[in-house]
Write a protein that binds this ligand. Sequence first.
Ligand code: HEC
Length: 476
Amino acid sequence: MRIVILLLIVAVSAANILAHGDEEHDDDIVEAVVIGEVSVPENPTYHEHIAPIVEARCVACHRDGQIAAYAPLTEAQDVIWAANDIRYHVVNGIMPPWMPSRENLPLKNDRSLSDAEIATIAAWVDDGAALGEAQDHAPAATDGFDFVEVRADLTLQLDEPYEPADDVLDDYRCFAFPLGIDSPQFVTGYEFLPGVPAMAHHAILYLVDSALEAEAEGRDGADGAPGWSCYGATGLSESGSIIATWTPGTFGVAFPPGTGYKIEPGQIIVLQMHYNLWTTREADQTRVLMQLESAESGLAELWTIPLNAPVEIPCPAGVDGPQCERDYALDRVAALFGGAMRGVPDRRLSRCRQSLEDYTDNTGENARGFCDYPSPFFEPLTVYGVLGHMHELGRSFRMELNPGREDSLLLLDIPRWDFHWQDRYEFVEPVTIEFGDVLRMSCIWDNSLSEDPRYVVWGEGTADEMCFGTVMALRQ
Ligand code: HEC
């Protein structure tokens, strides 16, 4: 073993720092961060030191048929050939994709690499990326991952394949499925089997009330193809609750033992697919396997608590005109999504006991939305996991229990928001929310990222924004 000090050069963007909080903020700074002294093996080789890392943390996506199939990392020669590129991506924290920061409460299935793994890869590349002996090939380092076998009690699949739209690079499509159950059931696990993994970038399952079945039927196929176009959520007048998500590299999921989401006859499931069409465009017939237990099984019912914070994003510097007025934004969402949408931004403010006064400091480059949820809304709860959602102007997302208090906990800390890598996260140890606790959700946007900047309020379209989160919990 030898000791190296690894220098990480990271771009710390404005979004990493909560601008309106107690920390000060600066525009993009590039900082050298010493991540510390770590031990790396003497003369590292592919077979002995690199294969176990790559097999556990990279090949789920970097192999045939998967989202990063164009850059396979399954064979020794692939990895050696791409050594410099790999070094760059891992040292800069770009790969593997894992959005939560290191300050986040420990999460299950954490894909990120340890300092020692990063340093080992860097040292291996710097020493000439040696192959080593096949007999020394070490097993994949899969600790920290749950591998779950999901029983297919119910399988959702489109009757006909869906051809993605041919005029976009990202196609967001919703599909409705009747459940076809005749008694209440619990969903206790699921697995997504994307039809064309190389273009499936994320998927979300919403459980939707039976009252919306007619609306979903009306939307389905209205443009001549299965399903309907949707972006921020289902696009129905009520979105229902998220019960499952998928991103590349995720496998079967089981909910915490003894728990499940209750589904009732008549409810429908809406599947939202995000197809990323850079490398391929093929007909898709994704399947979702769901594992069920009967309602009599005595399971505890999981609850998805939706959280919403206000979205008040002014125009960036240098952009002026009527499109920078809030009223213009309200008229726009009303015209696009129906008159009722006009009142949503004000309702978001009042639900959080705020007014526009709370957002006078927002600038186009650095606009924040936040909401504090006091415990009477919750208490007491066992929280297993959380999810955060914004659109493409998002810079950072945070969900914090008891901010500013000594016992504060960072439930979800995403310092560099990336719409392409949104997911649900489960804690290694569940968290309890008690009487007197406060849950704060906050989002930061940068409207200078917009190609067509204007005042932005809450809405479901690609050009609108959200600060949305969920808490997956059990009432105690
Ligand atoms: C969850 C899926 C996933 C995992 C796991 C993953 N990658 Fe990637 N990787 C991608 C995707 C998708 C891209 C394409 C660019 C993008 O979307 O950011 C990519 C791009 C890359 C590239 C750039 C390829 C090129 O030349 O365009 C490198 C190098 C890379 N990944 C290395 C790694 C390494 C090394 C690991 C493991 C330590 C890893 N990746 C883990 C999904 C993944």
